[in-house]
Structure formats: structure tokens, C-alpha cells
Design a binder for this molecule. Structure first.
Ligand code: AHR
Length: 501
């Protein structure tokens, strides 16, 4: 089977924003406690942060990290998480039916971020709290000095402001599961009011209004329209969230998940631009895909969910999916979808980072390791620099069931003129067929190498017992002839990156 790929360095889609390679840390399960934070672990630093995890996060190449939730944020009082640790209250977390000790809070997390070299992106609670509390957190975080809240931050050990640029106006407010869930009309008004108040403090903040929790929400489309009809000129981004999982052994359908993400993005862009037109606005609202991943949510709902009035564990093992090769291929493909619309998707967060639906896993007192999904993220973050290029694929189709007939191969190319590099990211969704991918190597470039993620067993995983079972392999089939005709063989159920220099 052969597929052909067309791209041209003269046809850019848009600049690849570094924020596309963001992630997400929520106070959920073992993400923070027994994850990135484990005092007493042999690799812990003086603050209690695991240096082995810090190393892995740095290598992953994560830009901004969204914090502290997620569903958690809708029941969160930010004041609980600052000040002397011994005086911080222990609270129930109703979203995940757990106990939050507040041992790690804003200051600690910001200090951890400095070690990993990532930017802080904060979410405010618009579920059970409102505009005033959001303003307080903003002033506490960003005002240099001269107010009670700024002084309180300094007294809590942080003289310089945190300088948080990007703020999420609540989380998944369209979801009936969300504490303080509202109608689009009510949320749109609250978000607009909060955004205006926050901008009264600093007009240059980057504000994200909540879009849909998935493209399959009953309110999808209308939610975006109504929310933006209230808030369009007050925000910079609307959020999108999407999780995918293989259901009922339907691997072929699952491998086409990125088709759903593509349609999601196109629909939200169209809706945003519709509101823009109706308002006659010059302002551009872009997409912040601030939760995306593979998540075996069905297993969580049926097996892991915690219940019981007297049962509120601290840092339970929740949402600890072990990712397969196929999952990593889907993650790589979702990154291709994000890059394809780099002109409008200018921020994204892989949900999440450590232990909870995460590329990095840890064992208390033991090792930290890379899941399969770590690899496509790390390589895309490292190599998808410069601009995304218009990329056209001519590939045979297959019946994905879920999304109809879809191409066997999906791909996107990026071009970094300064680095003198073109990178092509490609997946082969076939369950059993290798695909020969043909493309023209632009003048001045030559194949510099290719790496693929594949395995005879698409369900192979990395585990505590066998943490390096799956990794990247050199793909030695890449070559180009003297006319610049390039070729590479893509194994079945695989993700590949090709570098031309
Ligand atoms: O990432 C896990 C959860 O998924 C988040 O808390 C929530 O926002 C989403 O439903």
C-alpha cells in the first residue's frame, strides 16, 4: 500500500506556538502527592520534589502547565493553599471524593515549575466561587506590592509576583458533573463579568473562557455561541476538551480518534468566527485545547470511582491508565491535528502529566518511568518548531466505523527556517498493513533520520516491572533518490517522525 504526502515550505498554516506543548497538573489522585512531590523519596530535593520526575518533565518539553484543576478547582479555596503549611486546612475534594491536605499549594507549585522550566497557567473557581475570589487570587499572584494581598504573598515567602499571564475562567462549566455547573447564558455572563474585572487589574492578561467538555456534549456548538455572545471581546481563547478511548475492542475506530478532534476544532473555529461576524468585532479568539489525551474513562466510572460518606482517601490511585502502543499512536495523531490548525489552536494542554492519565508514572519510594505516550509528545515538542505547513495526504481509506471512511495515513509537516529543519509527523492507522509513504524532499534538504513507535503487539505497555518495554526505534527505511523523491515505510499501528535538514 502506498500513500503520498504533499507539503511546501512556501505554504505555511501558521506559526507553531510553544504553548501547544502545555500540560496539566490537577490535585487529583497521585498527580501531586506521591507523584511529583514525595518527601522522603531517595530522589527528593530539599523541598520534597522528586528530581527524577523533574528530569523527565524537562525532557518531555512542556511549555505552560495548567493548575490546580480540572474539576478540583470548582470546589477549591485558593487561600487554603498558601501560608505556613502546618496551618493549612485539610479539606474534602468533592470532585474526586478525596482528601486534600494542601501541603502543596501555589507557592510550592510555582517553585517546582521553576525547576522544570515551565510557565504557570492558573484556573480560577467559577463553580462555587465568583469574581471577587478570582480577583483576590489575581492580585495575590501578580501585584508587586502595596496591597494587603500582595503583602500577604511577600509574608508567605514570595517577594516577586508570580506574574501569571494565562487564566482559565473556571473549568468545564457545561458539564452536569461540575460543582456549580451553569447554563451557557449564566456562565457566559459570569465569565464576561469576571474577565472585565480581571482586565481592570491588568488589560494584558490572556483569558480562556470555557468551551465544551467534549464535542459530544448535548450543548456542543450552542454552548460556544451563547457563552461567546456574552464574552467575545473580553477573552482571548475558548477552551476545548477531548478524551478518547478504545471501546469494545474497536481498535480501528479508536485509531481514527484524531478525525473527531479535527471536526471539533473546525466546528469551534466556525462558531467563534460566527460570533465575531455577528458582533462586527476585529478581535480574534483562538482555541485553547487545554485538556486532551487518551483516557479509559469507562474503567474509571465502573471500577475506580470512590464513594462513601466516610471514605475520603488522600492521594488514591485514580485514573492511572497504562498506555499501549496504540494509545501512543493516537496521542501522536492528536498532536498532528493540533498542529494542522496551528493558526487557530494556539494553546493546548496534555491532560495530565504525572500518574493521572499521564506520560510519566512513579512508584512511591521507587522509580519514575516514561509511558508509551511520552515519546510522541517529547519528539513533537522538540521538533515541531517554526511554522506548520499545509499538508495534503493522498492515502487509501478504511472504514473506521465510528467516523466513516478515513485515510489510513495522517500527517503534518513543520518547517523551522532558522534551524534549517523540516519535520514530518505521520501515523499509519492500518491494523495489519505497512504503508509506503512517498513525498518530495524540498530543494536544499535531505533526509537526516526517522524514528518510529511501533511493536508487534499494539497493546504493549511500559510498567513498573518492565519500564522500557516500548520506546522509539530508528526507522532505517527512510531514503531519497537524487531527484528528491523521498520514501519511508510506516509499520502498521505506528507513529513516525521524519527529519529533513
Ligand atoms: O483530567 C481529568 C478531568 O477531566 C478534569 O478534572 C476535568 O476537567 C475533565 O473532565
Amino acid at each position: 500500500t502506498t500513500a503520498r504526502l504533499f507539503f511546501d515550505t512556501r505554504l505555511p498554516v501558521g506559526a507553531v506556538n510553544r504553548r501547544l506543548f502545555g500540560s496539566f497538573v490537577e490535585h487529583l489522585g497521585r498527580s501531586v502527592y506521591d507523584g511529583l512531590y514525595e518527601p522522603g523519596h531517595p530522589a527528593a530535593d530539599e523541598r520534597g520534589f522528586r528530581t527524577d520526575v523533574i528530569e523527565l518533565v524537562r525532557e518531555l518539553g512542556v511549555s505552560a502547565i495548567r493548575y490546580p484543576g480540572g474539576n478540583f478547582v470548582s470546589g477549591f479555596r485558593w487561600e487554603d493553599s498558601v501560608g505556613p503549611v502546618a496551618e493549612r486546612p485539610t479539606r474534602l475534594d468533592l470532585a474526586w471524593h478525596s482528601t486534600e491536605t494542601n501541603e502543596v499549594g501555589l507557592h510550592e507549585f510555582a517553585s517546582w515549575l521553576e525547576s522544570v522550566g515551565s510557565e504557570l497557567m492558573l484556573a480560577v473557581n467559577l463553580g462555587t466561587r465568583g469574581t471577587l475570589e478570582a480577583l483576590d487570587l489575581l492580585e495575590y499572584s501578580n501585584l508587586a506590592s502595596g496591597s494587603a494581598l500582595a503583602d500577604r504573598r511577600a509574608a508567605n515567602g514570595r517577594e516577586a509576583p508570580f506574574g501569571v499571564r494565562m487564566w482559565c475562567l473556571g473549568n468545564e462549566m457545561d458539564g452536569p458533573w461540575q460543582l456549580g455547573h451553569r447554563s451557557a447564558d449564566d456562565y457566559g455572563k459570569l465569565a464576561a463579568q469576571t474577565a472585565r474585572a480581571m482586565r481592570a487589574f491588568d488589560p494584558d492578561l490572556e483569558l480562556v473562557v470555557c468551551g465544551s467538555s467534549s464535542a459530544h456534549m448535548p450543548t456542543f456548538g450552542e454552548w460556544e455561541r451563547v457563552v461567546l455572545s456574552h464574552s467575545y471581546d473580553d477573552v482571548d481563547y475558548i477552551s476545548c476538551h477531548a478524551y478518547y478511548e478504545e471501546k469494545d475492542g474497536d481498535l480501528a475506530g479508536f485509531l481514527a480518534s484524531a478525525v473527531d478532534m479535527d471536526r471539533f476544532i473546525e466546528t469551534v473555529v466556525a462558531t467563534v468566527d460566527h460570533v465575531k461576524a455577528v458582533k462586527g468585532s476585529d478581535h480574534v479568539v483562538n482555541l485553547s485545547f487545554d485538556e486532551w489525551n487518551v483516557w479509559y474513562n469507562e474503567r474509571f466510572e465502573k471500577v475506580d470511582k470512590i464513594t462513601g460518606v466516610d471514605n475520603w482517601p488522600v492521594a488514591p490511585r485514580l485514573l492511572e491508565d497504562a498506555y499501549t502502543v496504540a494509545d501512543a499512536v493516537v496521542v501522536g495523531n492528536l498532536l498532528i491535528s493540533l498542529l494542522r490548525r496551528a493558526d487557530r489552536v494556539t494553546s493546548a494542554s496534555l491532560a495530565q502529566l504525572v500518574n493521572v492519565i499521564a506520560p510519566i508514572m512513579t512508584e512511591p519510594g521507587g522509580i519514575a518511568w516514561r509511558q508509551t505516550t511520552y515519546y510522541p509528545f517529547a519528539l513533537t515538542s522538540a521538533l515541531a518548531t517554526g511554522t506548520a505547513l499545509t499538508t495534503v495526504i493522498d492515502a487509501p481509506g478504511y472504514d473506521s466505523g465510528l467516523y466513516g471512511e478515513v485515510p489510513l495515513v495522517d500527517a503534518v509537516a513543520t518547517h523551522d527556517e532558522q534551524a534549517g529543519r523540516i519535520a514530518v509527523f505521520a501515523v499509519n492507522r492500518s491494523l495489519d498493513e505497512q504503508v509506503e509513504l512517498e513525498f518530495a524532499v524540498p530543494a536544499g534538504y535531505a533526509p537526516a533520520g526517522a524514528r518510529s513507535l511501533w511493536d508487534d503487539d499494539p497493546y504493549a505497555v511500559n510498567t513498573l516491572a518492565d519500564p522500557e518495554r516500548v520506546g522509539m526505534r530508528d526507522n532505517t527505511t527512510l531514503h531519497a533518490d537524487e531527484t528528491g523523491a523521498g520514501r519511508i515505510a510506516l509499520p502498521p499501528v505506528s507513529w513516525t517522525v521524519i527529519v529533513l535538514e
